[in-house]
Design a protein around this ligand. Sequence first.
Ligand SMILES: *[C@@H]1O[C@H](CO)[C@@H](O)[C@H](O)[C@H]1NC(C)=O
Length: 344
Amino acid sequence: MSSLFLPVALSFLARSVLANPVPLVTGTALPPNIAQQAGGGLSNQPGGPPKLSQNGIDSFHLANFLENLESNFFQEGLMNYTQWGSGNQVNGVPNMGVVSRIAAQEEVHVASIVGLLQGNGAQPVAPCEYNFPVTDEKSFLALASIITNVGIGALIDLEAGLSTTDAGLEATVGSILPVESRHDAFFRIYAKEVPNPTTFETRISALWAFNLALDFIVPNSCKNLPPSITGLQIFPDLGIIGYGGPSFATPNSPGKLIFQVGQPNMLPQGWNSRPLYMAWVNQNDVPAYTPVTVQGNELHADVHPGMFGIAFAALTNQNTATNINDLTKATLAGPLPIPLGPGQ
Ligand SMILES: *[C@@H]1O[C@H](CO)[C@@H](O)[C@H](O)[C@H]1NC(C)=O
């Protein structure tokens, strides 16, 4: 079995116009019944929300931005179930019921972050308009897995940042993370993949998460974003145009991918005056690098062996960065999430 499945290439997907963006909660008041639907509402906090540092506020602004996207995605998907019917079943439970619970949980996550920001005198981040390349239940749940893994990677980064400035909030973020992983286990079981593909979840950087979110945001649809978000660097997209796997691809020999940069004019001057590499980020491992050969506008690179779950690839012209933050500074294009098979 091929160890790669690539049903959802994020960057080059058509952007059909979203007819009716779903309104999201923008205050701390939650719609009635949401706590019941989610399995719990806002946490009660005697003495009000904890005090945030400036780094904490900036970090939760980005978390708000990302969770808005996730919440909107699941609410829109839930609405789509009215056309899809109650969906297929995992363990005899119709998928629509699980998605309804996920949507409610994401809504409570958003409302919790909004409450935290407001309790610190900071403006919450308003939702943007989104555009998701979903055509049916199957592609919805496949994209759900990718979006959830981006969220997981960003939440680990949020925890890491808070550990130096707002350590009291680490455990709060830690209480959200496994909920997201439970969601992903469900998406994976539905796709007949193992629910627990990896030993560790994969951390990404805030800037990478921001760039991944942009793939689903209607241009110029975000209003009043805080400067900590508008100031973030935008990388050109990295997309996959072909998979040249060996006929018996395994995790140890997973094959070759052909990449393309979506907007080559956004690449910095002199980007290819040094050797190019594809950087691979997976679990807690230091970034791995495979050489890139350029053929016209195609970038050919081997997939780094021994990765599981979802890996993140980025184009770079160095192979010495040993952590996600240094790699983010040296990113030329991407990142791109790449789902890998279970290796069985
Ligand atoms: C919902 O369905 C519409 C119409 O098919 C589609 O364009 C949109 O991407 C879907 N969104 C989600 C999140 O499923």
